[in-house]
Write a protein of this length. Structure first.
Ligand code: UFG
Length: 338
C-alpha cells in the first residue's frame, strides 16, 4: 500500500518512513525541506536499502498536491508537515495558521477528490494544556491552547473530525504525541534542529558535545518530586511504530465515518533532572548544567495514560528512557563529527 508521508524528511516523519517500509508499506515522502535536509534520504537508504521516492512539494499548494495524487495512486496519507516552534508561533501566528491549517485542508480536499480514504494526523499532548488530573486519557478535556502552534493542533483535530463525519469515504486517526526523543539505533537518522534547539534533548546532547556551554534547566520550583517539570519522553522509534498500527487499524476499519484519537506516550512521567541523570548514567559522562528561571508558558507536568493505544491500536512501547538517551547521544556524536 502506497502511503504519502508529508514531512517525511523531518524527525518523526523519517523514523516513520523506516517503520512503514519494514512493515511492507510503500512510503512516498512529500516535503518542502523547510525545516529538514535532503541528506536524510541517504540515511533512509542506508537503513532500508531502498531509494524512498521523494517529492519537493509544499502541501499548501493545492495544484501541486493534486498533480502528485494524479501521478501516484496513494492508499493513505500520514500528515506530519507543519511548523512546530511554539515561541515563533506566538510571534507569527498567521504564519502558523496559514501553513498548518492550509496544508491540512488541501490534503483533505485532494484525498476526497481522489478517493484516498485513510488519514493519520500528527497531533500533540499540547491540546491538554495543564490538565487537572494525571495521567491524561483521551477523554481528558482539551483546554484552550497556550500558543498558536498548539491551537493549530486542536483546530486541526476538529477540522478532521468534522470532515470525517461529513464525508463517509474518509477515515482518520489523530495521534497525540507526548515528548519524542532519541534517534534510530543505527544513527543513520535523528533530530536535526536548525539553529539553537528549543527542545530539551537536542540542547542537552549539543551541550554534551561541547557545542553549547551549558544546559539551563528551566526552573526547579515546580510542584514535582525534584521541582523540575515532568514530561512523558517516548523513543521516536516507538512513536513511529504507532503510525503503522494506526494505518493498519484504518485499513481494517469497515465502519464509515471512523475517527478516533490516541495518546502516544509511555505512560510514565520523568522530571527534567531525572532525564539528565539517566543521560549521564546511560552514556557514562558528566553533563554541564545549571538551574535557571522558568520558561514562560511551560506546562508543569504531563504524562499519558496509553491504555487505549495499547488495547485498540495494539501498540506498546518497547524502549526505555536510557535506550532513547543512548541513541540520542550516538546520533549527536555522529553529526558532530561531520
Ligand atoms: N527544558 C529545559 N532546558 C532546555 C529545554 C527544555 O529545562 O534547554 C525543559 C522545559 O522547560 C520542559 C522540558 O525540558 O520542562 C521539555 O521541554 P521541551 O521544549 O523539550 O518540550 P515541551 O514539553 O516544552 O514541548 C513539547 C513539544 C511541543 C509541544 C509540547 C506540548 O516540543 O511541540 O511538548 O506540551 F507543543
Amino acid at each position: 500500500m502506497k502511503i504519502a508521508v508529508t514531512g517525511g524528511t523531518g524527525y518523526i516523519g523519517s523514523h516513520t518512513v523506516v517503520e512503514l517500509q519494514s512493515a511492507g508499506f510503500e512510503p512516498v515522502i512529500v516535503d518542502n525541506l523547510y525545516n529538514s535536509n535532503q541528506e536524510v534520504l541517504q540515511g533512509l537508504y542506508n537503513i532500508t536499502g531502498r531509494d524512498i521516492p521523494f517529492y519537493n512539494i509544499d502541501c499548501t499548494q493545492e495544484q501541486a498536491v493534486r498533480e502528485l495524487f494524479e501521478k501516484e495512486k496513494f492508499d493513505g496519507v500520514i500528515h506530519f508537515a507543519a511548523y512546530k516552534a511554539v515561541g515563533e508561533s506566538v510571534a507569527e501566528p498567521l504564519k502558523y495558521y496559514e501553513n498548518n491549517l492550509g496544508s491540512l485542508i488541501v490534503l483533505l480536499k485532494v484525498m476526497q477528490e481522489f478517493g484516498v480514504s485513510n488519514f493519520v494526523f500528527s497531533s500533540s499532548c499540547t491540546v491538554y494544556g495543564q490538565p487537572d488530573t494525571l495521567p491524561v486519557t483521551e477523554d481528558t478535556p482539551r483546554l484552550p491552547a497556550t500558543s498558536p502552534y498548539g491551537n493549530t493542533k486542536a483546530i486541526s483535530e476538529d477540522i478532521i473530525r468534522d470532515f470525517v463525519f461529513s464525508k463517509p469515504a474518509i477515515k482518520a486517526i489523530s495521534l497525540r504525541y507526548f515528548n519524542p526523543v532519541g534517534a534510530h539505533p543505527s544513527a543513520e537518522i535523528g533530530e536535526l534542529p536548525l539553529g539553537v534547539p528549543n527542545n530539551l534533548v537536542p540542547y542537552l546532547t549539543q551541550a554534551a558535545a561541547g557545542l553549547r556551554d551549558t544546559l539551563v534547566v528551566f526552573g526547579d520550583d515546580y510542584d514535582t518530586a525534584d521541582g523540575t517539570c515532568v514530561r512523558d519522553f517516548i523513543h521516536v522509534v516507538d512513536l513511529a511504530k504507532a503510525h503503522v498500527k494506526a494505518l493498519e487499524l484504518l485499513n481494517g476499519q469497515s465502519e464509515p465515518n471512523y475517527y478516533d484519537v490516541f495518546n502516544v506516550g509511555t505512560g510514565q512521567g520523568n522530571t527534567v533532572l531525572e532525564l539528565i541523570k539517566t543521560f549521564e548514567e546511560a552514556n557514562n559522562l558528566k553533563l554541564n548544567y545549571h538551574i535557571g528561571p522558568r520558561r514562560p508558558g511551560d506546562v508543569e507536568k504531563i504524562w499519558a495514560q496509553s491504555d487505549k493505544a495499547n488495547t485498540v491500536l495494539k501498540w506498546k512501547t518497547e524502549k526505555t528512557l536510557a535506550d532513547s538517551l543512548r541513541d540520542a547521544w550516538r546520533w549527536q556524536q555522529k553529526i558532530t563529527k561531520k
